[in-house]
Design a protein around this ligand. Sequence first.
Ligand code: GLU
Length: 467
Amino acid sequence: MKELNFSQSVDVMFNRAASYMDLSPKLLEKIRVCNATYTVRFGVKLRDEVHTFTGYRAIHSEHKEPVKGGIRYALSVNQDEVEALAALMTYKTALVDLPFGGSKGGLCIDPSKWNAEEIERITRRFTFELAKRDLIHPSQNVPAPDMGTGEREMAWMVDEYRRLNRTDIDSAACVTGKPVHLGGINGRTEATGRGVQYIAQEFFRHNDDKKRAKLRGDLDGKKIVVQGLGNVGYHAAKFLSEEDGAKIITVIERDGVVRNTKGINIENLKQHMISGEPLADFKGGKVSTDADALSDECDILIPAAMEGVINKSNAHNIKTKLIIEAANGPVTAIADKVLRDKGVVIIPDMLANAGGVVVSYFEWVKNVNHIRFGRLQRRREENKATLLLDALEDQGGLKFTKKFRRDYVDGAEELDLVRAGLDDTMREGFTHIRDLLAEKPELEDYRTAAFYRAIDDIALHYRSLGL
Ligand code: GLU
């Protein structure tokens, strides 16, 4: 079988789940297709010449609005890619119960070829092109960071949107992933990686899930291979190694592979990469340039770079028990079948990397509410906790240590609430899949159950309208 393109691959996975559902083919078709894709071409004068850039915004499903999804800056960006990614956003937000439809955007550009000032001008112009078509809008379409973009680009986007919409009181909600001082939320940058950690923790809480993957115990000492040390891979690897005791034995990056059977110090490696020194000079592990590190033997493989990296050509060689898809679409439909046949368990992207959009949701809610989380109740919570401890000491004869008092009385700040809300949402998403698999074992795998649950949720929306 020939390798499929990205959106065909997503469709195969969709159809597999749909084949177990009692829905009309016409309704399934409506749910599956991408509603609209806009292509914008615009010129920016840079280095004394006009350069023409091509950008996209695909809107997969508007069954809920605003539609939500990141904007990617990469040379790989094309219509098929943004449409597939927009579809994944629809299913992702449905699976974890967010009130959004799915969208995705991209600009075909190599960000490393341009300096910050040039990227700013390109970003502002792209934002203008999107804004004049309502493709960036607090109640219609809310972009966020993705590959090649981050807080910096979101800051320029919100600023440009504000210039164009001086009287829009909700302008901050036109984009998420902004710096905190421009209306962003604490914990958004780390959110996708944090979500990967929470989902891994949740998986290891359940014996039946571990059994599926022939794994035991908890994350402590588990051998992990991570592909890509960008925002998502870095945070996931850092938290899993520093907080859960997992050993990151291999990190695969664009310019080489780092291996260390004792576990790589992720913070040191990241700092080394940021310093611009060649990867080959990194002292915390063995560095090589071999192309088959994805098949290093491990307990957990975390592809955290981009789509299609595990495909027909290498799926047979993968030697892991569990794959956690931190990237969007890292396993093609053909590879998915090969891995299923081999007994490799996969926690699909739709759930595993939902952390980003979950915290984006919190940010958007904060923006439309114009108040940060915890602002009203924090001191009140602290006063009540103090009252309780004082009474227990005065009348109950108890004595609390200073540390216990501090920990107990300390009211929740925004970051605490964001983390708690993210953890809860990730666990609940996993519960949806677990429960469905228990009820319908014929679905076999997490991905099919995730698609089933997402499609069912969207179908319910249309059915309520009598369709
Ligand atoms: N780009 C991220 C994703 O693929 C985040 C999207 C968002 O926050 O809207 O899920």
